[in-house]
Design a protein around this ligand. Structure first.
Ligand code: ADP
Length: 640
């Protein structure tokens, strides 16, 4: 495929630009992607950690609240009255405690319920959600008061009753039943601590229920649904029923699968590679196997137990955190298009500034190839400028060489012509002698008649007519020769070839007559006029004829004929001379090739003739048989 320089420059420029832009874009996109990933990793890790901190705070605060209530004088008064066996004081203290519990709950909205339980698991004081619960249970032994309910067989109570003084039992996070068991109330966790009489005997337990809903709301608001999701799950490797359940999730139907009976857990939603990490490690960031999402998790155990606790998970969708990358890609695409357009414009300008001077050089060289006097009009100081001045210098040298060659050719023409004239001149002198002798004789006779007085008018008239004939004959011979010998500037004029052949035959007739050679001419009567340099073409004909005479020697014949065929005029000269040896046939047009004796031939005749005919756009053909004769045919194009 041939390509122009401008196309190559354009291609190179675009190629370099596209490759560099490709590398740049690739690096830009991958590094931005990495930065974004690192950034989001840090952010979701931070979210998970701060969320766990909320859990820690809740647990700490709830523990402190529990122990603050346990340390109130109203609790101490109940215990003291019981210990003293004073039923009236005990009842009064219990009633006071109800009010105290209500005040605590009013101060701390995260408290759902507060209750005091005796040694037997009977709820002897209980307030819930701002209300004192009715005493509709069994009688409290030794008191004129009923219990609210019994939690004797609840495991958190039993565990609490085994704890030493000052310790806290924290229950599982779970949903409670509302009154009447109509619906699940929001998740909560129970904090309990054992109470002791002053003599060290166990008196019962203080229990608070803490709402988990605020925690859930905080976790759920960590990240919006389109960005991802956050949830709290339970790690409980010793209890398969609870292990992996959702404690808080944006989809609340997933929560507490163990209690609601849905049995939904994280193992159903996430592959084992991920859930294993949640169940074994403290914290980390993992991506889903299809790498669509990033998951940060942090474990916290309020029970100080690695096998049991809560795991906060923050999941970020890749399409969300990679969103800036889409904008960057768009911007890169737009800038790529702009850079490509700019590169194409620069390449176009650059290639034009290169190709324009080259085109000038091409045009100039084209002009020089037709006319050596042409010069390339370019003035620039770069390599193309140097090339231009070299080409111009070369053209100048060629032109002066050509002029020199033309001058030498002209000289050769003339010397060859002189040689032809010389050849004809010897016969001419002889030819002129006869009419001159005749003129002399006629003039002498006339003078004699005049002297003798025998001058006859009629005879004198006849003599004068003869003398004029002889003079005409002589001047015709001389003028023919003179016109042949005249140096003329090359000029092409319309010419009748038949006439030119006649003139050439006239010029050589003297010599041929002297050599007793018969000349005949058969002109074609349908020749068109053609534009030629008559002087030069006549030189060609004369040269062919003189060579024919030389080849015949004495006694022979030369025939000339013209014809017009296929737009060409053919002028054929035939002789019955010695013929040309086959080995010389392709040498006769060489300059200085002659078979004639020294002083007779120059060897230039045919080479000059060849040059003249060629300059006229014609050709010369020769065929010859040794001992039989030679035919020279000159072909000239009638269109010339
Ligand atoms: P010159 O006549 O001075 O030798 P030319 O170039 O005119 O130079 O001719 C070259 C040679 O071609 C002649 O020497 C001759 O040998 C040969 N030649 C040309 N015309 C004829 C012819 N009609 N018959 C035989 N030989 C010829």
């Amino acid at each position: 495929m041939r390509m122009r320089i401008s196309q190559k420059v354009l291609l190179a420029m675009l190629g370099v630009t596209i490759v560099s832009l490709g590398i740049f874009s690739f690096l830009m996109i991958t590094s931005t992607g990495q930065i974004l990933q690192q950034n989001i990793t840090g952010r979701i890790q931070g979210m998970a950690e701060s969320s766990v901190q909320n859990l820690v705070d809740l647990v700490d605060r709830s523990g402190r609240t529990l122990h603050s209530i346990a340390a109130t004088i109203d609790v101490a008064a109940v215990l003291a009255a019981e210990e003293n066996g004073d039923p009236a004081a005990t009842v009064a203290a219990l009633q006071r405690l109800e009010t105290t519990f209500l005040q605590f709950q009013r101060l701390d909205s995260s408290l759902q319920a507060i209750r005091l339980v005796n040694n037997a698991g009977q709820e002897i004081v209980k307030i819930r959600e701002g209300k004192i619960l009715p005493r509709s249970g069994e009688d409290i032994p030794g008191l004129d008061l009923k219990t609210i309910g019994s939690i004797e067989d609840r495991s958190f109570f039993q565990h609490t009753m085994e704890l030493p003084e000052g310790e806290t039992w924290i229950s599982n996070l779970e949903r409670g039943w509302t009154e009447g068991g109509l619906y699940w109330c929001p998740a909560m966790v129970r904090f309990s601590t054992p109470l002791f009489y002053s003599d060290g005997r166990r008196a019962g337990a203080l229990i608070i229920n803490v709402w988990g809903a605020t925690l859930g709301a905080k976790i759920n608001s960590l990240i919006t649904a389109d960005q991802g999701q956050a949830f709290l799950i339970e790690r409980n490797t010793t209890n398969p029923e609870r292990n992996g359940i959702y404690l808080f999730s944006q989809d609340s139907t997933c929560e507490f699968g163990n209690q609601t009976g849905s049995h939904i857990n994280v193992f159903q939603h996430y592959p084992e590679t991920i859930t294993t990490q949640w169940m074994e490690n403290d914290e980390g960031v993992i991506s889903t196997p299809d790498s669509r999402d990033l998951l940060a998790y942090t474990f916290y155990s309020p029970y100080n137990d690695d096998s049991r606790g809560w795991v906060v998970v923050v999941e970020a969708h890749k399409k969300y955190f990679m969103l800036p990358l889409v904008a960057i890609k768009q911007q890169i695409l737009i800038s790529t298009v702009l850079v490509l357009i700019f590169a194409a414009l620069v390449a176009g300008f650059f290639s034009r500034s290169i190709t324009r001077p080259i085109q000038t050089v091409i045009d100039g060289t084209h002009c020089i190839s037709h006319d050596l006097s042409c010069r390339i009009p370019l003035r620039s100081h770069d390599e193309i400028g140097t090339l231009t001045s070299e080409i111009n210098r070369m053209a100048m040298n060629l032109q002066s060489n050509l002029e020199e060659k033309e001058r030498i050719e002209e000289q050769i023409h003339n010397s060859e012509k002189l040689a032809s004239i010389g050849e004809m001149a010897s016969g001419l002198a002889h030819e002129l002698n006869t009419p001159l002798g005749n003129i002399r004789a006629l003039s002498s006779l006339a003078r004699q008649d005049l002297q003798n007085g025998t001058l006859n008018q009629e005879t004198l008239g006849q003599d004068f007519s003869d003398i004029i004939d002889q003079i005409d004959k002589s001047s015709k011979i001389i003028s023919g020769l003179l016109s042949f010998a005249r140096r003329q500037a090359s000029e092409k004029t319309l010419c009748d070839i038949n006439q030119l052949v006649e003139h050439s035959l006239d010029l050589t007739r003297i010599k041929s007559t002297n050599h007793n050679i018969q000349i005949s001419f058969t002109p074609s009567d349908n020749l068109p006029l053609i534009k030629i340099d008559q002087n030069q073409i006549q030189q060609v004909f004369v040269n062919i004829l003189l060579n024919a005479i030389d080849a015949i020697g004495h006694n022979g014949f030369i025939t000339a004929a013209t014809a017009f065929h296929n737009g060409q005029i053919a002028i054929k000269f035939s002789d019955n001379g010695s013929g040309i040896a086959p080995e010389n046939l392709n040498r006769i047009f060489d300059p200085f090739f002659t078979t004639k004796e020294v002083g007779k031939g120059t060897g230039l005749g045919l080479s000059v003739s060849y040059g003249i005919v060629k300059n006229h756009g014609g050709t010369i053909e020769v065929d010859s048989t040794i001992g039989t004769g030679t035919n020279f045919t000159v072909f000239l194009s009638a269109g010339e």
